[in-house]
Design a protein around this ligand. Structure first.
Ligand code: NAI
Length: 302
């Protein structure tokens, strides 16, 4: 038997935890002895309206099962208030699961400024607001876990989700830099790209598949990423239907041209196959590794 994954007594904020995936995360953290701030604005899937009962119901469920939780009804745009509530209720914050989200799907040529702005505001700015408010506390106590909820629509693209995809992959960029800045303070940041049957995905897949993609099948990964055992940072995981996998960047070996003489668009065209050939591809982990081939090319032509 492996040792239990520890989140006992940790103070965990889960945003958008009044339903769907966030609710499942909150329930599992609480079942494992964490103190949970169940945050949810309680609006529609498009981000309209507000309703305190979403968060309240999940808190009631957790308490009925003997767990510890408080409700937070603020929008993630008011991140500081959510973090303050964790501090007021439990005296600290240890784990932040940025999960709140809305959809405003539209083909790009039909998308208006408000579709774009609202989606970026909840997913990207909202995660920023809550994380920015929690960050000094995590750094000071030399321990923290931040989990961002990205999406395969950001990684791979998806018709009608230009706004959502941009915001979601933006969160991965945020994850990468926070992993670097947090590392020496014991603060780890990771991202997940989940697939689960929720109101957000209802009608987008066959009913039999929808039913089997239970939100609870995402949460074990999230709890692990929020635990003392987790040591990874800056990573991205796809998860759903009981399956978990890790995603990384891959880059071809590339082609070096003469940087002193310069090179032409025709040379690019002539070498196109080699530029895009993934045979023996590299997997740079950071900026330094990513620049190695470029630096080697400069050295080749002093
Ligand atoms: P959901 O709609 O059931 O849950 C999202 C929750 O966020 C809702 O309870 C909503 O009230 C809350 N929320 C929305 N705006 C908020 C705000 N400004 N402040 C606080 N709470 C707010 O959808 P689901 O599927 O559970 O989504 C959870 C996260 O997972 C989202 O970030 C979503 O984009 C992401 N995701 C979900 C996928 C899926 O297959 N269900 C696929 C990829 C990503």
């Amino acid at each position: 038997m492996s040792e239990p994954v520890r989140v006992q007594d940790r103070v965990v904020i889960v945003t958008g935890a009044g339903g769907g995936l966030g609710r499942a995360h909150a329930l599992l953290f609480a079942a494992r002895g964490a103190k949970v701030v169940v945050n949810d604005l309680g609006g529609s899937a498009r981000g309209e309206g507000a309703n305190a009962s979403a968060a309240d119901q999940v808190v009631a469920e957790i308490r009925a099962a003997g767990g510890i939780a408080v409700a937070s009804h603020d929008s993630v745009s008011e991140g500081a208030r959510i973090v303050e509530q964790a501090l007021d209720s439990f005296g600290r914050v240890d784990v932040l699961v940025n999960n709140a989200g809305i959809l405003r799907d539209k083909a790009f040529h039909k998308m208006d400024d408000s579709d774009w702005a609202q989606v970026c505001q909840v997913h990207l700015d909202g995660a920023y607001q809550v994380t920015r408010a929690a960050w000094p506390h995590l750094r000071e106590q030399n321990w923290g876990r931040v989990i961002f909820t990205a999406s395969t629509s950001g990684i791979y693209g998806n018709f009608g989700q230009a706004n959502y995809g941009a915001a979601k992959l933006g969160l991965y960029g945020l994850t990468r830099t926070l992993a670097i800045e947090g590392r020496k303070h014991g603060v780890l940041a990771n991202a997940i790209a989940p697939t689960g049957g929720t109101r957000m995905t209802e009608g987008l897949m066959p009913a039999q598949v929808f039913e089997r993609l239970k939100p609870e099948l995402i949460s074990p990964l999230v709890v692990y990423l929020g635990s003392e055992q987790c040591q990874d940072s800056g990573e991205l995981f796809e998860v759903g239907g009981g399956w978990v996998g890790k995603v990384r960047w891959e880059r071809s070996l590339g082609v070096g041209f003469d940087p002193v003489e310069g090179f032409t668009p025709e040379q690019v065209a002539q070498n196109w196959e080699r530029i895009a050939d993934f045979e023996g591809a590299l997997h740079p982990r950071d900026n330094l590794q990513s620049l190695q081939q470029m630096m080697a090319n400069l050295q080749k032509y002093p």
